[in-house]
Ligand binder design. Structure first.
Ligand code: SF4
Length: 580
């Protein structure tokens, strides 16, 4: 039920103290993204380095979590190791429901543990567990060991880091329950800097449900739309991997460090190919009847007499683009094998894949040498990439340590910035055109999920800066409502604004329902202000030359349209930040 205040658990790793705080603002920031930005503004120290112990790591859920299906995301906010500014990353699995049933709306972690630590908490427990024995272990082994040690199976989330996080990499992710991730902008590095190997949250409390028939009728209606209509079918069937073929057809799928946007090799890595040859099962985040998580298998021969072991690897469109087409791999099992290594290292798959693609081209062009990389990299060579993932995650020498700070950091040191596929951070897999390049390049999270720009590019929209700008601002505002509710964005058609108002109302949040539009505009600004507080100036963002060279279905990028839109969007962001 919706309460007047947020219930925040503050944990200080330096002192070992924790406290529950009642924080006002439910009507103004709703939860999720809004709450995360508010708490980051309150706790962060913009003048200090991202890895200063005082910098916060925030996990926030929304007002509908635990009450309606697919309200399953947690928003993780931190100061990014990539750019030293406000960052948000979103993930599902059991994280949101576990926090809800642990009785908190947000967890704020400050300080730095003296030694490697696991933070274990629930409705009636907070303990710091010594974790020296886990330091150096990969993210999958860490999860396996903690699952055996801790109780609460099925109601518990285990968020942990691998070697990349321990090495404070700007592309280190936080692995959540094996198949989901706080992937982007280096949240894993923040945990590593705090000596925090894992956070285990037991959802061992309970929540009261609303009385009367209204709630159950609304729940049943939403559940029916999610399961009995075609609205979510594509996510359950082939999953997002079905986009590979369509984007390749459209000349919008990045291949070999975006040297091409389409390739006949697609036949080996389509959604159908993964489903036919590798799919073991589907899985779902807690509270989701859709189950879009596709889990394939990789086999490893460990004895000449046909003795194999197999491992399960979750795949989606983005991981296949990043460790498949971007690296020139055209055989689904090879892609899963590289993906499995990325999981173990605890790297963000998109950042890691795109960084390796840049390193391959840099090596080919002589921008960096074999002596610097310590390894040969060739597009299409899965074995080489498996070794390279370890070198990147382990930051094993000067070159890999520099690259772990981001592809642009490596390009600044060695050269090759023109072909660095970086749009704020390593690109997502949509070479669709100008609107997407500007949207990801400047957008708050530098994410393909900040807006639906890649879909806008694919429509027949004219090259009209004002219309494109209006779309970017409006679409972001709509998504901010959903990310503040922590809805899975796949459910955005089901959770339209009217349905969200009904959900809030039956939970006793009439004022929230009435003020939803105003809250959206406020939160949109608040997040940008949080970003600007760290020194962000969208005017400084540049789109690398590679994006101008590449051929899409619309032909080459129009440099004038790109530049005009970049300036217009940067101006609008500055205005929201209060910089103009
Ligand atoms: S649709 Fe997929 S990502 Fe969204 S909540 Fe369900 S399982 Fe999780």
């Amino acid at each position: 039920m919706i309460t007047e205040n947020f219930r925040i658990l503050e944990v200080n790793l330096t002192t070992g103290r924790s406290a529950i705080r009642n924080v006002p603002g439910v009507e103004t920031v709703l939860g999720g993204s809004g709450l995360a930005a508010k708490l980051h503004m309150e706790y962060s120290r913009p003048g200090l380095a991202w890895d200063d112990p005082s910098q916060p790591l925030v996990f926030a859920i929304g007002p509908l979590t635990g009450f309606f299906p697919l309200m399953s995301k947690t928003v993780c906010a931190f100061t990014s190791p990539l750019h030293g500014q406000y960052a948000e990353s979103h993930a599902g699995a059991r994280s949101a429901l576990a926090l809800r049933f642990a009785g908190i709306d947000a967890l704020v972690i400050i300080g730095k543990a003296e030694r490697p630590t696991v933070l274990h908490l629930g409705a009636n427990v907070i303990e710091f567990m010594e974790a020296g024995y886990l330091w150096g272990k990969d993210a999958l082994t860490t999860g396996k060991l903690l699952r055996r040690i801790l109780k609460g199976s099925g109601h518990r989330t285990i968020m942990r880091i691998g070697p990349a996080g321990e090495n404070k990499s700007a592309m280190a992710c936080i692995n959540v329950d094996t198949y989901r991730h706080f992937g982007r902008l280096g949240g894993g590095g923040v945990m590593g800097a705090k000596n925090l190997k894992a956070i285990a949250v037991e959802g061992n409390g309970s929540c009261e449900l609303p009385q009367g028939k209204e709630y159950s009728a609304l729940f049943a209606d939403i559940f029916r739309k999610l399961t009995d209509t075609d609205m979510m079918r594509k996510y359950h069937n082939l999953g997002t991997a079905s986009n590979l073929e369509a984007l390749n057809e459209l000349k919008a799928l990045p291949w070999r460090n975006l040297q091409a946007t389409s390739d006949p090799g697609i036949v080996g890595i389509t959604g159908e190919r993964f489903a036919d040859d590798t799919l073991l099962r589907n899985a779902a985040c807690s509270g989701c009847p859709v189950g879009c998580i596709h889990i394939g298998f990789v086999r490893e021969k460990f004895h000449k007499d046909n003795q194999y072991l197999y491992r399960q690897v979750g795949y989606d469109y983005e991981p296949i683009f990043a460790t498949g087409s971007m690296l020139g791999l055209t055989h689904a099992p090879d892609v899963l094998t590289v993906m499995d290594e990325v999981e173990k290292a605890g790297l963000d798959v998109m950042s890691g894949g795109v960084a390796l693609a840049w390193a391959t081209e840099a090596l080919e062009k002589g921008v960096v040498t074999r002596e610097q990389t310590g390894i040969d990299l060739r597009f299409g060579d899965a074995q080489g990439y498996m070794r390279a993932v370890h070198m990147l995650g382990g930051a094993v020498n000067d070159f890999w340590r520099t690259l772990a700070g981001g592809t642009m950091a490596a390009a600044a040191r060695y050269g090759g910035g023109d072909f660095a596929c970086v749009l704020g951070q390593e690109m997502a897999g949509y070479a669709t055109g100008e609107v997407f390049y500007v949207a990801q390049g400047l957008g708050l999270r530098h994410s393909h999920l900040d807006t639906g720009a890649y879909t806008y590019d694919q429509s027949k929209a004219p090259k009209d800066v004002d219309k494109a700008l209006a779309f970017l601002l409006e679409d972001e505002r709509e998504r901010v409502i959903l990310t503040s509710m922590v809805s899975c964005l796949f459910a955005r058609k089901v959770y339209d604004p009217e349905t969200l108002r009904q959900c809030l109302t039956v939970l006793g949040g009439q004022a929230l329902a009435d003020g939803l539009d105003q809250a959206a505009a406020r939160i949109q600004k608040l997040r940008w202000q949080a970003r600007a507080a760290g020194g962000y100036d969208p005017m400084n963002v540049r789109i690398p030359k590679r994006f101008l060279e590449v051929e899409t279905w619309k032909g080459r990028t129009d440099p004038q349209y790109l530049e005009e839109l970049r300036l217009a969007y940067a101006g609008a962001i500055r205005e929201m930040c209060g910089q103009d």
